[in-house]
Write a protein of this length. Structure first.
Length: 191
């Protein structure tokens, strides 16, 4: 149910675009995100930095699209978001010496610093590629193709997350990376 709530503004944007075009669709997604954020705040739910960043970018670039009647602003919004996330991942790592991905995902996953760093670089690369793909589609294909590409890029991100989780669990045994000390000790004494 939560995923439907998260995707509702994008689905509303798609439907509005198909019915009335890019400017109406931009107004619809801005309104939908405002309602979504308002609902979360009314229920005293905490907004994540990613939700705040995406909402602010959407309000600014959606607002500019509507005020100036220039759809190039809304076309740039996803790329700026992806690149800002990649920049935050790099900056966080440089400032703290610890991958931000470890802080975000590290609750139940136990990996070495080297593996968290590799995982962080993979996330950075994915966000940089998504930003580039958005720009490529936005400025080389029709608006119809760009609107559909929002779902394709989201699917690409979901596939990356699934492959990443498989890799962590199967290849790296990330739950946990090393057996508990008691288990290792009992294996040594049973031989």
């Amino acid at each position: 149910m939560q995923i439907l709530f998260e995707l509702a503004p994008l689905v509303a944007f798609f439907i509005a675009y198909k019915i009335a075009g890019i400017f109406v669709a931009t107004g619809v997604i801005v309104a939908a995100v405002c309602l979504q954020v308002g609902y979360r705040l009314a229920r005293r739910q905490k907004l994540t930095p990613l939700q705040i960043g995406s909402s602010v970018l959407l309000l600014v670039f959606g607002g500019l699209t509507l005020a100036l009647r220039d759809d190039r602003f809304i076309l740039w919004k996803p790329t700026l978001y992806y690149w800002l996330v990649a920049t935050a991942l790099v900056g966080g790592h440089l400032i703290t010496g610890r991958p931000v991905v470890e802080k975000l995902l590290g609750g139940d996953i136990v990996l070495s610093h080297q593996r968290w760093t590799r995982l962080s670089f993979a996330w950075i690369a994915v966000f940089l590629v998504l930003g580039c793909l958005n720009l490529y589609v936005a400025f080389n294909y029709s608006r119809d193709t760009w609107v559909v590409s929002k779902f394709v890029l989201l699917a690409f991100l979901m596939i990356f997350v699934m492959v990443q989780m498989w890799w962590i669990v199967v290849k790296w045994n990330g739950f946990p990376e090393h057996p508990p000390i008691d288990e290792r000790h009992s294996n040594e004494t049973s031989h």
